[in-house]
Design a protein around this ligand. Sequence first.
Ligand SMILES: *Cc1c(COP(=O)(O)O)cnc(C)c1O
Length: 368
Amino acid sequence: MSENRFIDRAAPGIAHLQPYVPGKPVSELERELGISDSIKLASNESPLGPSPRVLEAIRGELPELTRYPDGGAYALRAELARRHEVAPACITIGNGSNDVLDMIARVFLYPGRESLFSEHAFAVYPLSSMAVGATLRQAPARNFGHDLQAMAAMVNQATGVVWIANPNNPTGTWLTEAALRDFIASLPEEVIVVVDEAYFEYVRPVHADYPDTSCWLLEFPNLVVTRTFSKAYGLASLRIGYGLSHPDVADLLNRVRQPFNSNSLAQVAAIAALQDPDYVQRSVELNNAGLKQLGEGFQRLGLPFIPSVGNFISVDVGRPAAEVDLALLNRGVITRPVENYGLKGHLRVSVGTAEENARCLDALEQVL
Ligand SMILES: *Cc1c(COP(=O)(O)O)cnc(C)c1O
């Protein structure tokens, strides 16, 4: 690509940003490859489709599309506040939880401040940090997971934000309650610590020592917990997520938030999703079965994989991931190479239905 002619005029951090390369739309990919009936296991989406109760709520809201949404998301924040037993003032609604992560970077990071995250961590932390000109500090991982000791050793006077993904994407590794609590307690109170719990709903029912850090807000005023409706609730397209924090932190986040950042369909859908626990339970059950099926399948194929508690598994295919990705694409199976996360030879496979998982494993067997 030729040099961008306006790059000298961009803010310093922007010049170093690599644009996010989204996957091609399934329809375009199928056209290009001359295939049909492909399966998408590339973006950690719910294989269940949306909940019927959510669809009904959206239909009920459609006549209001000419109106601006409620910029304060009053009803959704009230529902979340009730469920988390916090004041509505502790809640920041985002256009997806990525939006909240971006607000955190914009409020608490700037040139001269350091943004600390782990090797193999979710890509949004460095992206949002770079955009505001902060200095990136990447702690080495241990066994693909966050090494909290290594991270603690990198905290200093300049540290603005520490990002923890629990569990992390794309590794699926997670931190126990005791380990995470000790780490947060060891941080100076001036340092904002973000615990990104995008996959919370999948992990909590399965692992007793996986923490619900939303209960730690009173104890740690520098803590921001983020959650999303994109994964277990199956609403990725609607873009809705939220942050939980001390009200003073939420106040600052809400100052940089776009006034109408979450739309009215997303707001009513999120409320309906919260009121449909059966959907989440089916999500979790399907995911548990799928993690087992994929894990056993990879084992049968002799492929090492990173044990995951998310709705995805990163698997070591033992050769350039892009090559295997392309071969799978030609068999109508869309996965995500994650070499850009420092995971050489790895593909991330999202958990699908039993049939989709089986098809992915069959295709892998043919390709390898
Ligand atoms: C998917 C994901 C998110 C959620 O993104 P949304 O913007 O809410 O769709 C956040 N953090 C991690 C680690 C994720 O994998």
